[in-house]
Design a protein around this ligand. Structure first.
Ligand code: FES
Length: 104
């Protein structure tokens, strides 16, 4: 099932992570090197808000205890073993409207 997010690609600044809710989803969304990524916003450690995290070296960093996740896959970085993988979503951008969709 596809969920339309209430933001468009041009609303996003490079590497600035935002929190987005869509239906039952709560997501951390970011544009990195021109591509959009969407991960579950709840950190797998103690539930920190990944939508308030930041990007470092192409990874999403949790604001609470710096757990690091791959933007592409949501995989936990082995250097921050206190977190486990977080769910990542396939993202589609409508080339005409710039609307962003995630697939669940
Ligand atoms: S809650 Fe995210 S690293 Fe602890």
């Amino acid at each position: 099932m596809e969920h339309k997010l209430g933001i468009k690609i041009n609303d996003l600044e490079d590497d600035l992570v935002v929190s987005v809710s869509a239906n039952n989803l709560s997501l951390a969304v970011v544009k990195h090197e021109g591509k959009i990524y969407a991960l579950d916003s709840k950190c797998t450690h103690e539930g920190g808000p990944l939508g308030e995290g930041h990007i470092d070296n192409g990874e999403l960093i949790c604001p609470w205890h710096s757990g690091a996740f791959s933007l592409e896959s949501g995989a936990a970085d082995e250097n921050t073993p206190w977190v486990t993988d977080v769910k990542s979503y396939r993202v589609r951008v409508d080339a005409t409207t710039g609307d962003i969709y995630v697939e669940e």
